[in-house]
Design a binder for this molecule. Structure first.
Ligand SMILES: Cc1cc2nc3c(=O)[nH]c(=O)nc-3n(C[C@H](O)[C@H](O)[C@H](O)COP(=O)(O)OP(=O)(O)OC[C@H]3O[C@@H](n4cnc5c(N)ncnc54)[C@H](O)[C@@H]3O)c2cc1C
Length: 438
């Protein structure tokens, strides 16, 4: 990992779940295995779990820091269906049959995340109240049209939540009606990934951490990986380094654009969080540049938002998110953010995950963007199937190739696009206020 890319400050999740550095170990001797996985985010850990569930046990995960140190242990904790690519675009690109199939895989993956939590008794604060898409623009007609399209195009059912009902779920005049995704939930992502990593270790699969891989090279027996003073010989290698490395295999990783998003958690609010979000749902909204928030079991509110190419300091994130929070919950203007942090997501130009095998034979699972909890779980299954000889589902992802993301210029384009869409959001919101008053 390039340490310059890691994030300063501690997340609420780390504070809440405690340090577990002592529980795992670095790679401290030369070794061999059938399959080495580089990167202990949810993509890497899920691939190892899927292999384990298929009976493959000669697997090792090498993680630069600790499992979940990247995006997978510091995100909003929303577990819901879909890819980063908009559902309408998925339909446009694939047509009804294939889009329904591939979107369905992400819904299955939501169920798989939950199944594994139950099967391995992972204590990760699952909240079944679900995930709500709240309408910022007060435009019921458009929201209903979207609901209809999702059903027609993808066989994806979303339940309409009338304005009054929504108001009883979220005490803020900011929103109109909403759409609830059945089966969605929210949880503590760091506890979740640690639980999976522990299950791997209990099943005899090593999760080496901290073990940054500094070099990989092809040889006659497969691959040679270097981490610190030690080498690992592996028959197959899977690269799942997210937005945290772009140097290990540049021909692939040049297709990644690391994009930041921010989260902050308030101090305990003495019942205010439960009062403002009485059902305990997780909420995001219909703007391109949406906020996301959810109450936590210990009376705090988690608040997230923004997309940026900049790695801001915790204090700068606090200031930025506080402004956003006040627009939704005026009553929370006095609340203090105890922790604030950011994380890198990785995006490909086409906004779909990169799943495949390079011409040199390197497997990869990258670029899950802001929709990673279900899709990394799906990726783990698809990669494990392919490694075990069934590449049918992997083939479906071949149309989204690792195209060059444009380097620094690409980052500028991403930031400008975000600002432009933010401006469009603001204009639309302005017009919707006018419409509501008529
Ligand atoms: C703030 C934030 C909020 C988000 N909210 C949500 C949400 O609510 N719901 C949702 O579905 N998605 C969300 N996402 C997106 C989701 O978290 C990511 O898509 C997903 O976690 C990506 O998983 P990953 O395994 O690909 O990458 P990561 O979790 O980033 O893992 C990559 C790992 O690779 C390791 N690594 C890198 N280089 C090396 C190396 N050379 N050697 C060894 N290890 C290496 C890193 O240390 C890291 O642990 C959010 C993301 C962020 C940042």
């Amino acid at each position: 990992m390039n340490p310059a890319r890691s994030w300063p400050g501690t997340s609420y999740y780390q504070v809440e779940a405690g340090d577990e550095r002592a529980n795992r170990g670095a790679l401290d001797e030369d070794g061999e295995c059938d399959i080495a996985i580089i990167g202990g985010g949810l993509a890497g850990i899920s691939t190892a779990v899927s292999l384990m569930e298929q009976g493959v046990d000669s697997v090792r995960v090498l993680e630069a820091d600790q499992p979940g140190a990247g995006a997978s242990g510091r995100n909003g904790g929303f577990v819901f269906a879909g890819y980063s690519l908009a559902n309408d675009m998925l339909f446009k690109q694939l047509g009804r049959e294939q889009a329904t199939l591939m979107h369905g895989w992400t819904r299955d993956a939501v169920r798989r995340v939950r199944e594994r939590i139950n099967r391995y008794s992972i204590d990760c604060q699952v909240n079944d109240a679900g995930v709500l898409l709240a309408d910022w623009f007060h435009d019921d007609r458009r929201l209903r049209a979207f609901q209809g399209r999702m059903l027609k195009q993808l066989d994806f059912r979303l339940d309409f939540v009338e304005r009054e009902t929504l108001r009883s779920l979220v005490d803020s005049p900011r929103y109109g009606a909403g759409l609830m995704e059945p089966g969605s939930f929210h949880f503590h992502p760091l506890r979740h990934i640690r639980g999976l990593a522990t299950q791997l270790q209990q099943s005899g699969i090593h999760v080496h951490s901290p073990s940054p891989v500094t070099r990989i090279s092809r040889n006659e027996r497969g691959w040679r990986l270097t981490s610190g003073q030690f080498t690992l010989q592996a028959r197959e290698v899977v690269l799942t380094t997210g937005g945290y490395d772009r140097k290990l295999w540049p021909s692939l990783q040049k297709a990644l654009q690391p994009i930041a998003t921010y989260v902050a958690v308030t101090e305990p609010l003495d019942g205010l969080a439960e009062q403002l979000v009485p059902g305990g749902i997780a909420v995001y909204d219909t703007r391109f540049a949406f906020d996301y928030f959810r109450p936590l079991p210990d009376g705090r509110m988690l608040w997230g938002g923004r997309i940026s190419v900049a790695d801001r300091s915790p204090d700068a994130i606090r200031r930025l998110l506080k402004r956003d929070l006040r627009k939704v919950f005026v009553d929370m203007k006095g609340a203090r953010f105890e922790q604030a942090w950011g994380g890198w997501m990785s995006y490909a130009r086409h906004e779909m995950p990169l799943l495949g095998r390079s011409p040199e034979g390197l497997w990869y699972g990258l670029a899950f963007g802001g929709h990673g909890m279900a899709t990394t779980t799906l990726a783990g299954e698809v990669l494990a199937e392919a490694i075990c000889g069934n590449g049918a589902r992997l083939e479906a992802f071949a149309r989204w190739q690792p195209l060059w993301a444009g380097g620094m210029l690409g980052r500028g384009v991403v930031q400008s696009k975000y600002w432009w869409l933010q401006l469009k959001d603001a204009l639309r919101a302005h017009l919707s206020v006018g419409r509501d008053r008529k």
